[in-house]
Design a protein. Structure first.
Length: 241
């Protein structure tokens, strides 16, 4: 027997699976989107844009009648309901309530939001004579507060840097901006990215886990300063991706 006969030929390592294309996003066109706080400027604007893009949208409010009135004004097949019904009937639930009522609203809807994909777009801000400034919630951010209050939901964060004025303007066809999307599960983040991409001009970009949400929420204070100085409705673009 020769030395070559006794040598063991090393097995070839299995070929690595090709890396997933980060822009290969799921089809979300058939999902129902609920907007809690859908009668406020930001919520109403998001509802308008998503419904206009062909998404089924339900506006939620503490008062069902108020939600139905807002839905009737917007058209595009949007429905109105109280917050609990909105949460139950939706696949994706966008939280667009004022920061002051954020915890109370989510605490009351914990069971209705169980199993749902929740998208928090709330920005904890304060205002004084110097302008807007970021608040620091005890949990770290509004999104992390949502995750703490909704342990049975799939919490993500997105849609923070959008101008309510542009969102609600029916004469504007495209919103030229990127949407920073944060979350713990890649599948959930990609659904929200795809949802953002349904709105012409928008693109959803992965921006990290929920522990990074405070920076994203806080940046709105800077954008408000930009808008006031330049009389604009500024958004964000991420370059080289």
């Amino acid at each position: 027997m020769t030395s070559t006969d006794s040598a063991q030929t090393p097995a070839k390592a299995p070929a690595k699976a090709p890396a997933k294309d980060p822009w290969d996003l799921p089809d979300v066109s058939g999902l129902v989107v609920g907007v809690l706080g859908g009668t406020g400027p930001q919520g109403k604007g998001l509802a308008h844009r998503l419904a206009r893009a062909g998404q089924k949208v339900i506006i939620g409010s503490r008062a069902a009648e108020r939600a139905r009135e807002a839905a009737g004004e917007l058209g595009h097949g949007i429905e109105g309901a109280d917050n609990a019904e909105c949460a139950r009937r939706s696949d994706i639930v966008i939280v667009a309530v004022p920061w002051e009522g954020h915890a109370e609203t989510l605490r009351a809807l914990r069971e209705d939001l169980a199993g749902k994909l929740v998208v928090d777009c709330v920005n904890p801000l304060g205002f004084d004579k110097k302008g807007a400034y970021a608040l620091k919630p005890e949990e770290g951010s509004a999104a992390e507060q949502a995750a703490a209050l909704l342990p049975d939901s799939r919490v993500t964060a997105a849609f923070h840097h959008l101008s309510a004025v542009l969102l609600q303007d029916p004469e504007i066809e495209e919103i030229d901006t990127d949407v920073m999307v944060l979350g713990e599960a890649r599948a959930d983040v990609e659904i929200v990215q795809a949802l953002a991409g349904r709105i012409p001009g928008m693109r959803g970009v992965f921006a990290g886990r929920l522990r990074n949400a405070h920076q994203v929420e806080s940046l709105v204070a800077n954008l408000i300063s930009v808008n006031r100085r330049y009389k604009a409705h500024a958004g964000l673009r991420v370059t080289d991706v």
